[in-house]
Design a protein around this ligand. Sequence first.
Ligand SMILES: Nc1ncnc2c1ncn2[C@@H]1O[C@H](COP(=O)(O)OP(=O)(O)OP(=O)(O)O)[C@@H](O)[C@H]1O
Ligand SMILES: [Mg+2]
Length: 432
Amino acid sequence: MKIVEKTIGVMDPNAYSFRETLEALIQYINPEIKWGKETSRIKTRKIKCRPYDVLQAKTTCHAIINRGAHWNPHHNSFFQRVSHQTYLLNDMSSFFAINKNTSYGHMYELGMKIPTTYAIPQEDNSEMENNSKVAPDLIFPEYEMFDLEELGNEVGYPAFLKPQDGGGWVGVQKVNNYEELLSAYKKSGAKPQNLQAAVEGYKEFIRCVGMGPQIIPMHYNATAEFSHDRYMRSADKAIEPKFLDDAVEKEVKQICKIINAFYGWDHNSCESLLTHAGAVHPIDFANAYPDSTLVSLHYYFPELVKNTVRWLFFVVCTNRKKKVFGHDWEQYFGVLEKANKEGWTYQQKMDAYEALADKHYSTKEFEEFVQKGLGKEFDKKCLEFFGTDAFATILDQEVIRYFKIPAERPAMIERYRSLHGIWLEAEKARLG
Ligand SMILES: Nc1ncnc2c1ncn2[C@@H]1O[C@H](COP(=O)(O)OP(=O)(O)OP(=O)(O)O)[C@@H](O)[C@H]1O
Ligand SMILES: [Mg+2]
């Protein structure tokens, strides 16, 4: 059998624990995977930001995890330049093109329960006004006056005013009436906004993180002051592994998988709110850089890293290709047309879209690969790795980097070790 060396490029300048664990785990597994006509020997390489020959640009990487490339134009230009030679985990061109309100609209059309959302032009135009290349007498006739009060009534209160290209809760403001909306809009500055009806008094806030067809639903406490506390179940309970009933779990996973496949994103997160009446409303699902760090995810962290490794192994062992600028939207809207003609239910539509998403991710082949190509040995090796000193060092380092006050660190290291211990015990029990 032919032995082929495969390289996975790793680019993630902002998530220390995620990238270090990913590389260390792959090195620990030291994979030699037989699949099809090849045996793949897999290693990783960090992708450095450096000059490159634009005309002769080549990459030796068979897959690249390009997390955060959209924040680094030089890096991103290299990735786009070589995108046809490799498998870029995230299609950054679509992340640039598809902002939050575009995806709200598409998913609503497909039948998802997106709250009423209005897109509103930016409040502050001074950048344009002060730009000597732009003629003010030409800009303003292009703008139509609108009545914010009317929009507020249309959407209803309470509502959220948030940037169309938001992230990290920056500029997210809750408004309870027109006066608050006006004052929030006045403060919103140079970024176009979305005004979205609030889902009030929800039963559960669920954040799903997808990696290929694998979706992890996590409980999320949006009221916690610090982002590192948001995945804690409550003050006295770190985790509730089975916190959703089967039907809701299926639904939130479907929503995330469909969105990700629709846009060609292999790694993206989706936040949904479950009401007491049982409806699932997706509210935030175009996240080019989903939070994947250990200080945030703790218990969920090893599973996300494992999902990433499984998916990257599948990509390189099957020589998977991805269409650059590609999408299958006509297939989804074809299903919708049929569904409308035949009067399908929401669930029937979701099942049909999911079938398209599974075709996109080659889910069946992926599952066979996980079962036969990786086998039980994979889970065993991962469990071993997450119990090593090497991983403990990454955990400690992550905590030291994140918590800036030295006096806080020892207690935080203890806390994260014990949270990780919960996962180790659960995983040991699961594997018998
Ligand atoms: N329609 C809504 N109904 C209820 N709560 C909402 C709604 N929209 C936003 N929120 C609240 O505001 C928070 C931030 O909003 P959103 O997730 O849209 O912004 P973001 O900047 O992308 O945040 P992040 O990057 O943390 O995901 C949500 O986590 C949620 O708690
Ligand atoms: Mg969010």
